[in-house]
Design a binder for this molecule. Structure first.
Ligand SMILES: [Mg+2]
Length: 128
C-alpha cells in the first residue's frame, strides 16, 4: 500500500520528548513530510521554546517529562496561544484522557505510538 505524504516543509512541530528513542521514532515518522521538528527535553524547555518561537504550528507533548509534566506545560502554553497540542502518554489508563482534555490538549494518544494514527492526527491539524 502506498501512503501519500503531504509536503509540510513550511510547518514546524515542537516535539516535547525526554527519551531519545521516542524522539528518533518521531523523526523517522515525519521525515518524508519534510516538516521541521524542534525538540524539547523537559516541560520547562517546551514552554521556553514555545515562547521564543511564534511560528510553531503544533506540539507533540509527552506527558511524563522532567521538571514540569506535559499537562502542566499544556496549561501554561494554552494561556499564551491556542496552538494544537497532541498529548502522548505511556499510561493507557482511564482518567488520563480526561486529564489531557482538562489540561487543554486537543488530542490524546497512547504509547507505543501507532504510526498511522499519529500521522493522520498531525495531518488533520497541519492542513487546517
Ligand atoms: Mg517521557
Amino acid at each position: 500500500m502506498q501512503t501519500k505524504y503531504h509536503n509540510h516543509a513550511d510547518k514546524i512541530i515542537l516535539v516535547a520528548e525526554d527519551e531519545d528513542l521516542n524522539y528518533l521514532l518521531i523523526q523517522e515518522i515525519f521525515k518524508k513530510n519534510k516538516v521541521k521538528l524542534i525538540r524539547a527535553k523537559t516541560g520547562r524547555q517546551v514552554i521556553d521554546i514555545f515562547k521564543e518561537n511564534s511560528n510553531i504550528d503544533l506540539i507533540l507533548m509527552d506527558i511524563k517529562m522532567p521538571e514540569i509534566n506535559g499537562y502542566e506545560a499544556t496549561r501554561i502554553i494554552k494561556e499564551i496561544r491556542d496552538v494544537p497540542i497532541i498529548a502522548q502518554t505511556a499510561y493507557a489508563m482511564a482518567g488520563e484522557e480526561n486529564k489531557s482534555k482538562k489540561a487543554g490538549c486537543d488530542e490524546y494518544i497512547t504509547k507505543p505510538i501507532n504510526i498511522n494514527k499519529i500521522r493522520s492526527i498531525v495531518e488533520k491539524y497541519l492542513n487546517r
